[in-house]
Design a protein around this ligand. Structure first.
Ligand code: ADP
Ligand code: ADP
Length: 233
């Protein structure tokens, strides 16, 4: 069944007298459990689409239905609620709080979900163990390597059991070996039934996804199954 249905969405930005059509007319259906790579040249609309998929922004035309909820016309407060329960974000720059430990960073989203402190810390510790960081829970971001920081971010993205993981260039700041480790982690998460949408401009990284959506000039140029899925052992 579709987890994401976007129908003929557009997003234009109006700056003075100039109108920029960042997304012209995009339709996509993504089912539960898919692992999709979103590709395309700079300026093709990937970030705009990810912002809409992540409920950080709404389209200026068309409809977006996420997990049965029509989020196309929601207020910022309503979107914030949907984001907290439905979306896990992973960023190129990790976006961890520098003064907080790994444990506190991972536990943070649970505050907004009203989970008690004891449960927050227990769940965050388990989430860190699940990404191989059980022995790093009290470390601050600057005491961790890039790959470890991204693992913390992945644990944080998963903590609310979201219906989709949105990863924007998650390996963009990592060396090749560490990138492969993070993609292996993404594969494990996918294998557990999670739905992942990943923006990347690296073909090697996109090869880990099962479906590739290529954008150009605010449109989907190609949308196809990756028959050469590369699995890391
Ligand atoms: P690209 O996808 O073209 O590589 P990025 O996604 O990295 O570009 O973003 C391009 C610029 O837009 C960057 O300067 C970034 O800081 C800014 N940007 C991206 N997303 C947002 C956002 N949600 N809000 C504000 N600025 C953003
Ligand atoms: P990508 O992520 O593929 O690089 P973007 O979605 O960031 O593409 O940008 C698509 C187009 O929309 C570009 O022409 C960009 O300059 C424009 N754009 C993106 N964000 C804004 C914004 N906040 N205000 C005005 N124009 C924007």
């Amino acid at each position: 069944e579709p987890l994401i249905t976007i129908k003929n969405i557009g997003r234009k930005y109006v700056i003075g007298t100039e109108v920029i059509h960042a997304l012209k007319d995009v339709s996509l259906t993504i089912n539960k459990g898919e692992f999709v790579a979103l590709m395309g040249p700079s300026g093709s609309g990937k970030s705009t689409l990810m912002n809409i998929l992540g409920c950080l922004d709404t389209p200026t035309k068309g409809e977006y239905i996420l997990n049965g909820i029509n989020v196309s016309h929601m207020s910022d407060n309503q979107l914030a609620e949907v984001r907290n329960s439905e979306i896990g974000f992973v960023f190129q720059t990790f976006n961890l709080l520098p003064r907080n430990t790994a444990l506190d960073n991972v536990a943070l989203p649970l505050i907004y979900s009203g989970v008690s402190k004891v449960d927050r810390l227990a769940r965050a510790e388990q989430a860190l163990k699940n990404v191989g960081l059980g022995n790093r829970i009290d470390h601050r971001p600057n005491e961790l390597s890039g790959g470890q920081r991204q693992r913390v971010a992945v644990a944080r993205a998963l903590i609310n059991d979201p219906s989709i993981i949105l990863a924007d260039e998650p390996t963009g700041n990592l060396d090749t070996k560490t990138s492969i480790e993070i993609m292996s982690l993404m594969e494990d998460i996918h294998a557990k039934g999670n739905t992942i949408i990943l923006v990347t401009h690296e073909e090697d990284i996109a090869m880990h996804a099962h479906r590739i959506v290529r954008m150009r000039d605010g449109l989907v140029e190609r949308d196809y199954i990756n028959t050469n899925v590369q699995i890391v052992d």
